[in-house]
Ligand binder design. Structure first.
Ligand SMILES: [Zn+2]
Length: 361
């Protein structure tokens, strides 16, 4: 495979993002942002505060900008590392693992029991990086003819003065210089088509999953079928080994779960419950719901729908109260009110009552 040109110049951040994505797809690699300064993303203003430059060839790893007569200022920079680069979040990961373990031991935990992984990180210390520099050039202040220190100084001063003058609009153009690594810069991990198996899911695929979920796709298998056809027909990706465009079941499940979490009202279950009850109340005014949540996490929920009320009126001569989880958990949980219908010889739920109080012991 021919190496892509390592130094690329584009004229907008969107173009830069697109070039980087294209590069990743073409080389079956993934890069994550390691460092970036504010100026890399910020709207362009306050140009007068920057130093006017004519070249940027200092040692260091970023793209070199050679002298071509046009002055410029450096707005910002961005460094991305190969996904197999150095492990930078060891402490945070340890903290997360510890929290997860503790959470797993709690009663009513939503966290699944974690597996012990022999290698719990994909980091391999690969040094490959993509460096970007965002600059602003001023073509109107280009030095014509031979270069000289005096000319540079003179022109810089004129440009600085013009930039400081608010009434005067100085014409500028944005440029983003990107320096891509070569294939040989990658170390300690497989590259090429084989690396497809280690690729994270592409942004486009994530978007597609969200769209399909909005359209009502809920099953992983169904999602997978849709994605397969999308990657093949719409995106023209044929390598089914590449997880970036052909995610595994667990990748799809992860994306779906995280989207579900995002679109939920809140991470706080109590808040969700309150909102849900408001919704129920508005659906039928004759249904009754009562919710009380105290600051000390005690709460009481009572609910009875219209048909349950009717049932109680007709058959409520004898009722039965049932504590469904008596002494089985450390919370006091549901109590049901059952009504038996003598005709049908069945038990029907006529109201539910949920009280939670943390026991002292
Ligand atoms: Zn690498």
């Amino acid at each position: 495979m021919a190496e892509a040109s390592p130094h690329v110049v584009v004229t907008s951040l969107d173009d830069a993002e697109k070039r980087i994505t294209d590069f990743e797809v073409e080389t079956v690699t993934t890069f994550t942002i390691f460092r970036r300064n504010k100026g890399f993303r910020k709207d362009i203003n306050g140009l007068a505060e920057h130093k006017v430059k004519w070249e940027d060839v200092s040692r260091g790893e970023g793209p070199k900008i050679q002298y071509n007569g046009t002055p410029f200022i450096i707005l910002g920079w961005d460094v991305r590392e190969c996904q197999f680069g150095p492990d930078r979040n060891v402490k945070q990961k340890q903290k997360y693992q510890l929290e997860k373990t503790l959470e797993g031991k709690k009663d009513h935990s939503y966290t699944q029991k974690g597996r012990t992984l022999l290698q719990n990180t994909k980091k391999q210390d690969c040094p490959a990086r993509i460096h970007s520099k965002r600059i602003c050039i001023f073509p109107e202040y280009k030095i014509n003819g031979p270069d000289s220190i005096w000319k540079r100084k003179d022109q810089s001063q004129r440009l600085k003065a013009a930039l400081k003058d608010k009434k005067n609009k100085v014409a500028w153009k944005e440029e983003i210089h990107i320096l891509f690594p070569s294939h040989d810069d990658h170390r300690n991990h497989v590259t090429g088509q084989l690396a497809g198996f280690c690729q994270p899911v592409d942004k486009v695929i994530k978007k597609k999953i969200q769209c399909l979920m909005d359209e009502g796709v809920t099953k992983v298998a169904e999602m997978k079928r849709h994605l397969k056809s999308f990657s093949k027909k719409d995106l023209g990706k044929t390598s089914t080994q590449n997880r970036r465009f052909y995610p595994l079941d667990k990748d799809i499940r992860n994306v779906m779960d995280s989207y579900k979490n995002q679109t939920r009202f809140s991470k706080d279950d109590k808040e969700n419950l309150e909102q849900l009850l408001e919704k129920y109340k508005s659906m039928n005014e004759k249904d009754s719901f009562y919710l009380y949540i105290s600051e000390t996490e005690d709460f009481l929920f009572v609910g009875q729908t219209e048909w349950q009320k009717r049932l109680l009126n007709i058959y409520g001569q004898e009722i039965c109260l049932l504590d469904a989880t008596y002494k089985t958990t450390k919370y006091d949980l549901p109590a049901f009110l059952y009504v038996s219908t003598p005709m049908l010889v069945t038990l029907l739920l006529a109201a539910s009552l949920l009280q939670m109080k943390r026991r002292s012991q």
